[in-house]
Structure formats: C-alpha cells, structure tokens
Design a protein around this ligand. Sequence first.
Ligand code: CA
Length: 225
Amino acid sequence: MRILVVEDEPKLAATLRQGLQEQGYAADIAYDGEEGLALAEIIRYDLIVLDLMLPKLDGVELCRRLRAQRQTVPVLMLTARDAIDDRVKGLDAGADDYLVKPFVLRELLARVRALLRRNSASRDALLRAGDIELDPASREVRRGGIPVMLTSKEYALLEYFMRNPNRVLSRGQIAEHIWGMDFDAVSNVVNVYVCYLRRKLGDHRAPHLLQTIRGVGYQLKAPSA
Ligand code: CA
C-alpha cells in the first residue's frame, strides 16, 4: 500500500510519514498542491492524505482535478478546526473523509484503514443492475448472462452509471467524469455514447434501464433486487 501525504507543515508531514511507515505503508510527501497533483498523476496511490490549506494549489482544487481525471483514489482531507465551509467544499470536490486538526495519529491511522478497506471491497465487487452484471476486476459485462463487448469509453460510462444507480447524472457530470472535459465541448458525445450503450445492451426498447431525464441527463433505473 502506497500513500501520498500532501502537507506543507514539515513537522506534521514527517510525523505522518513515520506513523504510516510504522504501520507498513509506503509514504511519500508533497509539500505543496502542485507537487501533490504531479505525483498523484504519475503514481497510482492507494490513498491520499490531503491538507486543504496548501501553497500553489489548495487541497479542494487538487481533489477536484483528480476526480475530473477519473481518479478514484480515496482522499482523506485535513481541515482546520471549525472550518465547516472547507469541509463541505472538500467533500463536494470528491474527498471521502475528513479529519479536523489537531488530531491524534491513532485516529488518522484508523480512518486510513477504514478507507482502504472500503475501497478494496467496493472497487472489485461485482456490480449488478437488473440483469446487467459488470465485473470491475475483469472488466467483463453481461446482460442476462450473455457477454456484451464494449469499447473502453462505453465500459467507463456503464461503470459510472452502475456505481451510481438510480441517481440522475447530468450530461456535464458524465462528460467531466468520462472525458475530463466540460459540458459544452462534449454534450453531444454523451448522447451518442449513451445511444451506443443502449444498443449494445439491447436496451433500445422501453422501459429503458438507461433512462433519459429530459433537460438534465440520464439515470440508470435499477430494479430493486
Ligand atoms: Ca497547511
């Protein structure tokens, strides 16, 4: 397990690294947001401990950029006491959990363990919606037990829907998640890919599993099991 610590206070960064290493994790330190983002883009970390107040690029923006690149690495953010706005912004930007400074190392390590556990269990678990099955480990998709061949973008799109069942996803959200671009550039591409996906899944007849929500986007209607 390799963990990135993005923290500009050298003493705290060193304490965190030592604490993580004592638990058997590999730990790298970045002292500002730009360095943190650069490392996270190169190395596949299992988790990122992310301070919010950072020089050059703050933690919220760093997290937002990672999520825009479809990086699902768990992020534990560190915030100042009473900074509720920061926490809300951080969670909205895609952080998974937060810890308020000052904190006790033991609690940070417990949260790290919990996030790693949650992530490994959920990332590889078979996803189901109706009679569609998606196996994130092998990237195989079946409908009614019959394999469905998808391109990598179609697969990414279906996985995104299946990880967010019954949630209305706007075209903008989809575009940012799958293509890392804003809505205007690729809104039509989203429609086209949903169309491809429906065809390959044999979902062209109503009622669609992939439903169009007029004026907003799409929703994967997953019948409750
Ligand atoms: Ca700081």
